[in-house]
Design a protein around this ligand. Structure first.
Ligand SMILES: Nc1ncnc2c1ncn2[C@@H]1O[C@H](COP(=O)(O)OP(=O)(O)O)[C@@H](O)[C@H]1O
Ligand SMILES: [Mg+2]
Length: 415
């Protein structure tokens, strides 16, 4: 009995990774028979149009890159999650309500070393006729400098629900503090202690049951923020960084998210980990791009064939119980969280599934990266991203990095 799974791609302006995903899926052409059913796959780009709340969508799974800023598809995602059991990589409820602020709170509750963080009332209050009376009665005058001193300078002022560095300011003195607060206007802000002179910025991209930890340099231009670096963390720190990323994802039910951690003197500080629409562009991920597309493909196939379903509810108590258990060290707790997270993300089953049904995907991906097809995709992306006089340089740059990835894969496979 055949079952064709339609994978919906809910997209905005990006073209590179969706085209890559479609092209790799076509090459792999998965056909997996399990329990008498043959599973096959096709993709479709989701269009925005009026919908009946009772309509039954065609999709088995939707990869969403749009709902973070567009409300109509956001509400459609909630409907298909609640009513139609379409698998969504990120739980639309936690993704939209548990933004950065809630993610900080949850991970502090679990004992993670999130830097000291305060919230301050928005500079420009809500535009509501009730505000004057409410303010008179309840809104306390406060001393911004006092809060900053409690957090400690230098600090970062940033939106409580932020993303893409919008409105993020590093602050070293009171004058800059007042300036940034005035500019924040209606936006609700956090003040967060800066992790100064950190040794390493590690950014983890979590896709389903896999996590890639990459060395990151935020002060570089986009195309060179990720460096190609292996073994830049010792084993224990590497495990800790992966555990934090998995924990965040399992806790909130996210399967496509990135997590920023700063390492200083052996301590791992998570600073930004509610990024449930992470950057997947070939022009920023370069060397790691084939891994991302390959993993997305494997995860999507795994979810569809095994019937993984979205869970709207969270098991927060299970995690809090570990946080509250007496006699555990920080390391013990992380180990316990990791067990829960790996179970939630189906890590063992996923690995077995890949070994059994998707063993050829790695090699097909390498062939694909070395193909003319892939090169054409790269050329198209470079043309649409950079001005004419920079194109040749960037094309050479990305060709080099992607060629290096393919080479490294071949070496690893023959070892
Ligand atoms: N507490 C901090 N210590 C050091 N650097 C920080 C801190 N908070 C933010 N930054 C810097 O500012 C950048 C943007 O802040 P972030 O919290 O990641 O916001 P966004 O959600 O907009 O990406 C980070 O990538 C990092 O370089
Ligand atoms: Mg960030």
């Amino acid at each position: 009995m055949p079952a064709t799974h339609v994978i919906g791609l809910l997209l905005g302006a990006e073209e590179d990774w969706p085209a890559a995903f479609e092209s790799l899926l076509e090459r792999v052409a998965p056909s997996i028979t399990q329990g008498g059913v043959t599973h096959e796959f096709t993709t479709e780009r989701v269009t925005i149009e009026p919908f009946n709340l009772r309509a039954v969508p065609r999709y088995s799974l939707v990869i969403d890159r749009l709902a973070w800023w567009y409300h109509m598809p956001r509400e459609w995602l909630k409907k298909v999650a609640l009513m139609n059991e379409v698998h969504l990589l990120n739980n639309p409820f936690t993704f939209q309500s548990m933004e950065k602020h809630a993610a900080y709170c949850a991970m502090m509750r679990l004992g993670l070393r999130v830097p000291e963080t305060w919230m301050v009332p928005n500079k420009v209050p809500p535009d509501n006729p009730r505000f004057a009376t409410t303010a008179d009665r309840y809104v306390r005058r406060f001393d911004l400098e006092g809060v900053a001193d409690a957090v400690g300078m230098p600090l970062y002022m940033k939106p409580f629900d932020g993303g893409a560095w919008v409105g993020v300011t590093r602050i070293e003195d009171h004058a800059a503090l007042h300036r940034a607060y005035d500019e924040s206007a209606e936006r609700l802000m956090h003040l967060q202690a800066a992790v100064e002179d950190f040794d390493v910025f590690a950014r983890s991209l979590g896709i389903g049951a896999e996590t890639m930890v990459m060395r990151f340099n935020p002060s570089r231009p986009m195309h060179s923020r990720y460096s190609v670096a292996h073994n830049f963390l010792d084993d224990d720190t590497g495990t800790e960084v992966v555990t934090i990323a998995r924990l965040v994802n399992a806790f909130f039910r996210w399967e496509l998210n990135s997590c920023e951690t700063l390492l200083k003197d052996g301590v791992v500080y998570p600073i930004d980990y509610a990024n449930a629409t992470p950057d997947l562009a070939v022009t920023s991920l370069h060397y790691y791009f084939p891994w991302a597309i390959r993993t997305l493909l494997k995860w999507v196939i795994f979810c569809c064939v095994t019937g993984r379903r979205p869970t709207v509810d969270l098991d927060t108590e299970k995690y809090f119980e570990i946080a509250d258990r007496e006699g555990l060290t920080y390391g013990d707790r992380l180990n316990e969280y990791r067990r829960l997270a790996d179970r939630q993300l189906d890590v063992d089953r996923y690995q077995e599934f890949c070994a059994r049904h998707l063993a050829d995907v790695d090699e097909i991906t390498v062939d694909w990266v070395e193909s003319d097809d892939f090169d054409r995709l790269l050329i198209r992306t470079v043309i649409s991203t950079y001005p004419e006089h920079e194109r040749e340089m960037f094309l050479g740059h990305f060709r080099g990095l992607l060629g290096l990835w393919a080479h490294d894969q071949r070496v690893a496979a023959s070892a």
